[in-house]
Unconditional design. Sequence first.
Length: 352
Amino acid sequence: MLSNAWSRKLIPDEASPFQSWLDEDVAYIITTAERAAFLELTTNEDRSQFIEQFWLRRDPTPDTPENEFKQEHYRRIVYANEHFGGANPGWKTDRGRIYIIWGKPDKIDSDPDCARTSKLAAEIGEVLAGCPAHEVWHYNYIEEVGVNQNLLFVDANASGTLNLIADTAKRNSIFDPYGYYVTDDPEIVAEMKRLKSHVHDFELSAAKFKELEETISAGIGRHELAFTYRSDSIRATKFTTIVPIAIEVPDREFNFHDEEGIATARINLVGRITAANGAVADIFEKSIVRKLPEKPSDLGQTNVPTYQYMALLRPGIYRLEIVVQDAASGKVGMINAALRASIFEDSHVTAP
């Protein structure tokens, strides 16, 4: 029975980070069946495996190491917190929630004269006094809601927070596209059982550049090709820290050759992030192509190509290994260093 599946909490202390993942990281995108199945898990190992499966099911390119859906989801959370926060964190606001679920609107209209706002308010039976702070978000299409959707956000009480004005049915369809309700529906129960039975099926995608991946595994340092990297930490949620990793390779390290009058070079790279327990937390790869209208020697060393990868990690200390290789010369460079995903303390957010 799932009668109390929505309100049920995980075991305190030991499972609290996983509760944060459930209640904050994926609160708006997890389905009823997935939530119920996750709440039935009893070990942190199973919870971690479930989380990997959760993102894998949404990966639009499962044959590559990167998960574009996951990357975009956390980018939206950070954006919501930075742009819509006030008395509450941005992800908890109406605009934040819609932005996280549906992404950037096709058009935003502040409508200072209230002409369009008044018309929309009349359509949904609302009366607005004066011309309060507001925005109209236009989406060309919202799945299962319809085309040409105008969403009206109004600060009716001058509280500094814009709230969605809409009838109940439309509000629910926009806010709850994945079924935030408690149910004993046989199909939901069956899906819950399926999810639990497949909790250990996840396998991290292997890098395409197998030779470079093997170089990492061999652990033998090679420094024929010079490059640098830098990293930082950005808070996304209590459970997840975004760690941007920027890799810089100077022009002089590229082996340029002429292709139809254009100086062209390619460097392949593979990165691996390993947790303290030896488990691979993430893998990324990239082929950096440089095309210059002139010979590199004519340009000096002012152009430094940079590849940036956004790692999504639980707070902690990791091992970062990066291997780069010039495709033409075969020269290889390696970096093996500690990587920190910082812990961010909760801070009180005050209204502007």
